[in-house]
Ligand binder design. Sequence first.
Ligand SMILES: Nc1ncnc2c1ncn2[C@@H]1O[C@H](COP(=O)(O)OP(=O)(O)OP(=O)(O)O)[C@@H](O)[C@H]1O
Length: 358
Amino acid sequence: MTNPIISLKNIDVTFTQKKRTIEAVKNVSIDVNRGDVFGIVGYSGAGKSTLVRAINLLQVPTAGQVVVNGETFFDGQSSKGVQIKPKDLRDRRRKIGMIFQHFNLLNERTVAENVAFALQHSPLSANEKKAKVSELLELVELSDRSEQFPSQLSGGQKQRVAIARALANDPEILISDEATSALDPKTTNQILALLKKLNAEFNLTILLITHEMEAVKEIANKVAVMQNGAVLEQGSTLDIFTKPQAPLTKEFIETATNQDKALAAISATDVVENLPAGQLFARLTYSGNSTNEPLITGLYQNFQVVASILYGNVEILQGTEVGSLLVVLSGTEAGLAAGLDSLTDQGVTVEILKGTKA
Ligand SMILES: Nc1ncnc2c1ncn2[C@@H]1O[C@H](COP(=O)(O)OP(=O)(O)OP(=O)(O)O)[C@@H](O)[C@H]1O
């Protein structure tokens, strides 16, 4: 079994304001393995930022256990809670880089100075620091901008400066808190590609906090979905996309794969609006080796179920094909029941969106 680089167990974070109590994080347990790109997805206010701030104790939890790299930072069961000395905590925090939506750069300092700022406590000599800054700016492809000021840069360039700064102390973990939320789609993809490259080249573990499942789909191998402080479900990105359980997860996936628009348009068509009795409107989701053609021909050949495909979509997730079909199925009651069972047996997720299965 691999030891997680981050282990959060039964984390609660409760804020008390005057007479109001806000349970920002409720009983959350997450294990992140070295080299994971772990997506934490949820709408604003779900508790994502509070949860990740608990990792480096920028937010001390109310209960639970925080273990990073095998070292217990916090244990709510122990009387003193925080288990690590302030000086050690400062050192450990340098090994956990963070990037944010609004970049948090120092506007009156140049690009190179912004990156160098993160090295102020580093034991490196002045020359070594200079070399390190150049190396980092090269990594994020901003060597030619080193003497410019943040105001002279685009949003994507500012975020790359922030990434270079976050990597200055060779962290093992990078926390990306809505880092692409203020960027346009093309720039978002460039930043995600850079994060993916850092993950692949340096085995950097990345926590990707986002309200956009598209970002998770692009680069995360695992994902947890949060709502009202709690994790609704978590698992490999492939499993979550092919077998989502919670309605919120389904909503995120529909948006990320543009199925929401297709579903709305198709649901309004005559064939679905006036679905005859005995027919079913369904979504079939499959991954890996199944492809839609044998599935559909199998339904007809074995069960005399006719499937009209109203919409089809294929995504590549972690190198695996994930297909979704919106279909109207017609056949005999027994044929439909057996046909759907056979799809399930083949690992296809079947959701009946309209009509009733006998
Ligand atoms: N220091 C604090 N004091 C009181 N309440 C807080 C504090 N920090 C966060 N909260 C509350 O905790 C809840 C979770 O906030 P959090 O910022 O973690 O959510 P989020 O999912 O990261 O959303 P966003 O992306 O909008 O920041 C919210 O209701 C927020 O108002």
